[in-house]
Design a protein around this ligand. Structure first.
Ligand code: OMD
Ligand code: FE2
Length: 449
């Protein structure tokens, strides 16, 4: 293990105004933009929201760096172009819509040397970064660290869900170590590089074009529970002074769905101190404090919302990030697994480890499913039959972590996801065996207990 990444320190709390310096005295006192900064650093602001948005939503940080971000050669379209990354879903040209239930097996790690960026491929999405509205779901399969390269996304925020292998992420605001079971959010514009200390890595990425993730309101739950703000961890300032010779470092910049490259002679991870509330963070999903029914019926999955990007319509999310963690099931005379349903929202699901309660045998870690708007779905036949034949005792869902990206928008699916060898043509068969239990002679069940 690389020594330098051991025991990183983080700043606790969601959306905090952080203050951090890697060299004592590097932060200017009393002002953001002094004529001369301490240590001869350059001051640079990064705005995550329009200057004028209401204060409670305003996000920006001030970075004090060895050289400013602007010190680079011109941007050029990346060559060869990244062929499997899509951001604009507004026309039917690139991706297409289907009401069919879709399920994919885990994509295999490539044999060729592939870093996090080259290993990204888009599965589905809606809207467009040009309109600042919508989202994309990608997966990544990678086996190599990003050496001499940093990535920034001017299209949207990335929420990354590693499923296999840790990610050591250098960012302008400091470093993050992220392992399966944790998530990391890297916002619009923030430069980062992904290293793979364990070798091969696979995971899911939710990209949102609208704005930034928020914690959901808790309503009658009260002031505590679900994802607690203090468990979100933001890096502390860290910098490297590595010289990359003439034009030795490459910035990869995603903009309008395309990738551009610019060369420079220094590492962009040269921020000696920063302050502000626009910064990446990670969160351990095992710290999620789930709430659930304690008497009867099945709670809607919104009860497990970790983070949300709200739309302008009250209560309607552009996208919610929902987790299905281990929890006790105690409901009486209740069908406890997910009910059969059709949803006006669209549901993309993945599995980090363990098994998913709705598809006990057939949904595997690293796999994914998409149930689009109003597409019927629910537990598979085996889970249904097993559940109705068992006497429900209090039981605990064993150690497992499934998640859902749920959107009010209608996602189109990319051609490579639809023609993927991992797409399971037999998915529908998990429900086709659901037989009629209808019996006119059967006496309606009275509420027991
Ligand atoms: O479809 C799914 O498996 C996700 C889901 C879970 C649940 O407990 C209730 C509704 C729902 O969409
Ligand atoms: Fe569902």
């Amino acid at each position: 293990m690389k020594k330098e990444f051991e025991e990183l320190e983080y700043q606790n709390g969601f959306g905090n105004h952080c203050v951090t310096e890697a060299l004592k005295g590097a932060l200017p006192v009393k002002q953001n933009s002094p004529l001369k900064c301490p240590y001869g650093l350059y001051a640079e602001q990064i705005s995550g929201t329009a200057f004028t948005v209401p204060r409670k939503l305003n996000q920006r940080s001030w970075l004090y760096r060895i050289k400013p971000s602007v010190t680079h050669e011109p941007f050029h379209p990346r060559d060869p172009a990244h062929k499997r990354l899509v951001s604009d879903f507004t026309g039917s040209g690139v991706a297409s819509v289907t009401p069919t239930q879709l399920r994919w097996k885990p994509p295999p790690i490539p044999e060729a040397r592939t870093n996090f960026i080259d290993g990204l491929f888009t599965v589905c999405g809606a809207g467009s970064p040009f309109l600042r509205h919508g989202f994309a779901v990608h997966m990544y399969i990678a086996n190599a660290s990003m050496e001499g390269h940093a990535f920034a996304n001017a299209d949207g925020d990335f929420l990354i869900v590693p499923q296999q292998g840790r990610l050591w992420i250098k960012t302008e605001m400091g470093r993050l170590q992220v392992k399966p079971g944790e998530i990391v959010v890297l916002q619009l514009g923030i430069r980062f590089a992904v290293e793979l200390p364990d070798g091969p890595s696979r995971g899911y990425v939710l990209e949102v074009f609208d704005g930034h993730f928020q914690l959901p309101d808790l309503g009658p739950i009260g002031a505590n529970g679900l994802a607690n703000p203090r468990d979100f961890l933001t890096p502390t300032a860290w910098f490297e002074e590595t010289s990359w010779g003439h034009s030795g470092f490459t910035i990869i910049h995603k903009f309008g769905g395309g990738l551009f490259e610019a060369k420079q002679d220094f590492s962009p991870f040269n921020v000696v101190a920063w302050h502000g509330n626009y910064a990446p963070y990670k969160y351990d999903l095992r710290k999620f404090c789930p709430y659930n029914t304690v008497l009867f019926d099945h709670a809607d999955p919104s009860i497990n919302t970790v983070l949300t990007v709200p739309s302008e319509r009250p209560g309607v999310a552009v996208v919610d990030f929902v987790v299905f963690p281990p929890r006790w099931l105690v409901a009486e005379h209740t069908f406890r697994p997910p009910y059969f349903h059709r949803n006006c929202m669209s549901e993309y699901m993945g599995l980090i480890y363990g098994m998913y309660e709705g598809k006990a045998d057939t949904f595997v870690p690293g796999g994914a499913s998409l149930h689009n708007c109003m597409t019927p779905h629910g537990v598979d036949t085996a889970t249904y039959e097993r559940t109705i034949s068992e006497e429900p005792k209090p039981s605990k869902i064993p150690d497992a972590l499934a998640f859902m990206f749920e959107s009010s928008l209608i996602p189109r699916v990319t051609p490579w996801a639809l023609s993927s060898p991992q797409l399971d043509p037999d998915y529908y068969k998990c429900w086709i065996g659901l037989r009629s239990h209808f019996d006119r002679q059967q006496i309606p069940c009275e509420e027991k207990d």
